[in-house]
Design a protein around this ligand. Structure first.
Ligand code: FES
Ligand code: FES
Length: 626
């Protein structure tokens, strides 16, 4: 489609330019005008990180064709500063610590500005409602609401503006609000994430991914893609000069599929082209012939005799088995007054960091390969890359760009190796930015577990023996599974003193998306099962669940099930404080009356209700939340 001429005003500047009509307003602002403050989190109107004002109306620029912006006035995050200084709202975000990774913050700032423009006296509920189209994965929202309320009160003159200043210029900092040094770059949109970076002569990369969970690759034909105008290079596993493998614990994953694909979304080939459209078109021209193989989707099936083997060098499909043995479980379990067992399941969880994976790779002036990406493990990645590329370590440089949320998911080197191969082939800079869909398909997830829990207890509730069998789906590649199994096993019994215990934590290969690091690294799954099971035991023994726990807690001088002798143990203090803050109502779980007194009190959450939230048009006075 032919270009058209557009005239509009962006952040007070008149713009007149020839543009392609297929562009979205977000693309036009970011790629053509280089106003990169507005971010793409989802590209589907869900996250709000791309929010801008169009003729004063808050809009999601990822949903708006640029043609509709003809003759409009656009304001982006970069236009909010006043006379080169942070405006009141920006200062309030800085003061309250309302930005963490910062990726959502430009959109949040625009939505909060819209809220206060619409109602300068908006109360907490209205602010929440007006910011409801924006997602933040880091802050928990409270600080963002606090910041908006603080700005509201300062703008209305009901609070003094010196409240926006930092409390302490010098220590002590504990207990006071300290400015994070990077906040001003986040509230102005000036911080560059990898997907915001550009270089002269830069190419764009796209990756062909497997549609099958398990298949042999019979042939990859890239000739038609390579012949396309605008295509600079196509890379496959044949371009790997060194040792082809990466991972966190074992290097079992090839940079690009070698002979076989093991999950839907596995990278097979990549195209580097002059522009994104050409790179996407070229992917369609790569022809791959597959021979589909039997698929394993359940970890239970992976360990059956005769199960399909996913990695030829691991015939039993077991990635890692951590066994722990203590005491005599069989004997003590048989002698226990109560033996209570159940099975607990946890699911895979997507990290959903707001910044999708992205990177910029290039050769430095001295020929050193440089990769800028939001990697959470740069030293490790550097060593892996040097081996893969067969380069001395000093010819590989990793620069950690601003991380727009990681939560463990950016520890894996899923794409940096592909970028490196393409740069070495083209000798030009290359940028690669995942779409949200690609991020979900290709990135590792939290490990799902099946946990069989058996406890032997005395009549009065003392735990005497425990048998815990944990089977986890590691997915197609190891990633962090070894470490996750270790942590899950170490924390399997919870904070309880248990003399007789058997733990088995077993991670197995399947043809599912790989499982990897995610907040708590295996601990959450263990704790979920342990604490659910203790609640169940308390119910069966007709005991207060708190009493059951207090009776079994580890104390100073005890030995854990991994033989760690405990010096100081402060958990009783923590537990008692939690009970006090929660207004815990003692008693047997299912006999505490129809209305529990530990819900709905000041400082506690109200019980859940279903239905539309009320939206009161409240007004507030100085420093007071409605
Ligand atoms: S709403 Fe536009 S990028 Fe998410
Ligand atoms: S600070 Fe909001 S997504 Fe990270």
């Amino acid at each position: 489609m032919a270009n058209f001429d557009i005239q509009l005003t962006v952040n007070g500047r008149q713009v007149s330019q020839s543009v392609s009509p297929h562009l979205r307003l977000l693309d036009f602002l970011r790629e053509e005008l280089h106003w990169t403050g507005s971010k793409e989190g989802c590209g589907a109107g869900e996250c709000g990180s791309c929010s801008v004002f169009v003729d004063g109306v808050l809009m999601k620029s990822c949903l708006m064709p640029v043609a509709k912006a003809q003759d409009t006035i656009i304001e982006t995050i970069e236009g909010l500063e006043e006379q080169g200084k942070l405006n009141v709202l920006q200062q309030a975000f800085q003061k309250t610590g309302a930005s963490q990774c910062g990726y959502c913050i430009p959109g949040m700032m625009m939505a909060a500005t819209a809220a206060l423009r619409a109602n300068p006296h908006a109360g907490r509920e209205e602010i929440k409602e007006r910011l409801g189209g924006n997602i933040c994965r880091c802050t928990g929202y409270q600080k963002i609401f606090e910041a908006t309320e603080l700005a509201r009160d300062v703008m209305n003159g009901t609070l003094p503006d010196d409240l926006l200043k930092q409390e302490n210029d010098e220590g002590p900092f504990i207990g006071s609000n300290s400015f994070r040094i990077d906040t001003s770059s986040k509230v102005t949109g000036s911080l560059k994430y990898a997907g915001d970076m550009v270089m002269p002569q830069m190419l764009h990369m796209q990756v062909l991914r497997s549609p099958y969970p398990h298949a042999e690759i019979l042939e990859i034909n890239t000739s038609a893609a390579e012949a396309m105008a605008g295509v600079e290079a196509v890379v496959t596993c044949n371009d790997v000069p060194g040792i082809d493998g990466f991972g966190v614990f074992t290097d079992d994953q090839p940079v690009l599929a070698r002979g076989k694909v093991r999950y839907v979304g596995e990278a097979i080939a990549a195209v580097a082209a002059e522009d994104l459209v050409t790179a996407k078109e070229a992917l369609k021209k790569i022809k791959v012939r597959y021979q589909q193989l039997p698929v394993i989707t359940k970890p239970e099936d992976a360990i059956k005799t005769g199960a399909t083997v996913i990695h030829e060098d691991v015939p039993d499909n077991i990635v890692m088995h951590i066994p722990i043995r203590k005491g005599n479980v069989d004997k003590v379990m048989a002698e226990s007054d109560h033996v209570i067992e159940d099975t607990y399941y946890t699911q895979p969880v997507e990290h959903a960091y707001l910044e999708p994976e992205a990177g910029l790779a290039y050769l430095d002036a001295d020929g050193t390969l440089v990769i800028q990406s939001p990697s959470q493990n740069i030293t490790h990645h550097r060593h892996k890359l040097a081996k893969i590329l067969d380069l001395p370590i000093n010819r590989v440089r990793m620069i950690m760009s601003a991380v727009g949320g990681g939560f463990g998911g950016k520890e894996d080197m899923h794409y940096q190796g592909i970028m490196a191969l393409a740069v070495l082939k083209c000798r030009r800079p290359i940028r690669y930015v995942f779409t949200r869909e690609e991020s979900i398909i290709a990135s590792a997830k939290r490990h799902p577990f099946i946990i069989k829990y058996q406890l032997g207890l005395s009549r009065d509730g003392h735990i005497q023996a425990s048998r815990i069998h944990m089977l986890s789906d590691a997915g197609a590649y190891n990633c962090s599974s070894e470490g996750v199994m270790r942590k899950a096993a170490i924390l399997a019994a919870g904070p309880y003193a248990i003399e007789n215990l058997i733990v088995d934590a077993i991670g197995v290969y399947t043809n599912n998306t790989p499982s990897g690091a995610m907040r708590t690294f295996g601990a959450m799954q263990s704790q979920f099962a342990t604490e659910c099971h203790l609640d169940l035991c308390a119910e069966k023994l007709k005991m207060d669940p708190v009493e059951l726990r207090l009776m079994n807690f580890l104390k100073e001088g005890d030995e854990t099930h991994t033989r760690q002798k405990l010096g100081s143990v402060s958990m009783l203090e923590v537990f008692n404080s939690a009970l006090e803050l929660a207004d815990w109502e003692a008693g047997i779980s299912n006999s505490r009356g129809s209305t529990r007194s530990d819900l709905g009190n000041p400082g506690n959450r109200p019980p859940c209700t279903l239905g539309a939230r009320e939206f009161p048009q409240e007004t507030v006075s100085a420093g007071q939340s409605a």
